[in-house]
Design a protein around this ligand. Structure first.
Ligand code: RP5
Length: 164
C-alpha cells in the first residue's frame, strides 16, 4: 500500500496533526510524519515533495498555521494529491491559515479541509488510496454505515423524548 506523508510547519501543530495520525492508524494506513516549514526550511520541503512519488507516497497532508504556505509549496513540487489543514495557531483564529491554504491559483490544487480538520484530511487521504484498494474502500464504507447507525439511534431517542 502507498504511504501518506504528513508534514507540519512546526511541532506546535502536533496536537492537531495527532488526530490525522490516529485516524490513519485506525485504518492501518502506513504514514510518515515530518516537520518541514515552507518558510524556515524551504529546501527540505521541496526535496520531500520532489521525491515523494519515488519514495512510495500516494498522498500528502500538510498542516500549517498563520501565513500557511506549506501545502501550496509542497503541491508546487509534486503531482501527488496534497491536502491542506489550516491550523488555528494565531490571533486570527485560523482564518489566516484557511485563506492562505485554500486560495491556490489555477494549476496547483490543494484540497483544503476545515480549520483544524485533521480527521477529514486523513479520511480524504484514505479515500484517495482506496481508489485502487478495494479492502480500504470497504473499511471506509463500514465506518460510514456505523456512523449512520449512530445518528439514527440518536434520532430515535430525541424523537421519543420530544415528539409526543
Ligand atoms: C506556522 O506558524 C506553523 O505551522 C505554526 O502553525 C505557526 C506557529 O509556529 P511556531 O510559533 O510554533 O514556530 O508556520
Amino acid at each position: 500500500m502507498k504511504k501518506v506523508g504528513i508534514i507540519m510547519g512546526s511541532d506546535s501543530d502536533l496536537p492537531v496533526v495527532e488526530k490525522a495520525i490516529n485516524t490513519l492508524e485506525e485504518y492501518g494506513v502506513p504514514f510518515e510524519v515530518h516537520v518541514y516549514s515552507a518558510h524556515r526550511t524551504p529546501e527540505h520541503s521541496k526535496e520531500f515533495a520532489q521525491n515523494a512519488i519515488l519514495n512510495g507516497f500516494g498522498a500528502i497532508i500538510c498542516a500549517a498555521g498563520k501565513a500557511a504556505h506549506l501545502a501550496g509549496a509542497i503541491a508546487a513540487n509534486t503531482t501527488l494529491p496534497v491536502i491542506g489543514i489550516p491550523v488555528k495557531s494565531s490571533t486570527l483564529d485560523g482564518m489566516d491559515a484557511l485563506l492562505s491554504t485554500v486560495q491556490m491559483p489555477a494549476g496547483i490544487p490543494v484540497a483544503t479541509v476545515a480549520i483544524d480538520g485533521a480527521v477529514n484530511a486523513a479520511l480524504l487521504s484514505i479515500q484517495i488510496l482506496a481508489v485502487s484498494d478495494v479492502e480500504l474502500a470497504e473499511k471506509l464504507a463500514e465506518a460510514r454505515a456505523k456512523a449512520t447507525e449512530k445518528v439514527l439511534a440518536a434520532n430515535e431517542k430525541i424523537e421519543e423524548k420530544f415528539n409526543k
